[in-house]
Design a protein around this ligand. Sequence first.
Ligand SMILES: [Zn+2]
Length: 120
Amino acid sequence: MLSKPDLVAGFNGERNRHNVGIHEFVHLIDMADGGNSDGIPEILLDRAYVLPWLNVIREEMHRMQNGQSDINPYGLTNNAEFLAVVSEYFFDNPQKFLEHHPELYKYLSMIFRQDKAKRV
Ligand SMILES: [Zn+2]
């Protein structure tokens, strides 16, 4: 699942790099709620937020399709890949992510229980 050079490259401190470690880790979290990777990490996201989260995903995907987003277009593959690529962005460059995607930031800080941008 993970190659060591990719894993090391993801944590070398450079911004905006593809981070395979975070990406695959997020898929595992996503699957931990019953085996399917659907972009809704039920073990971490309160049930009340599931529908609003799906709306946020849909709206952002719409912007991505129109070339109005700086999120990795691989996230358009499906909701699971969307969650994985926005999580990479969230952990790699929280400040910029908060600036460009305040709504997504709100959900990811809720899912991962950390306010990354404020810690720096
Ligand atoms: Zn993936």
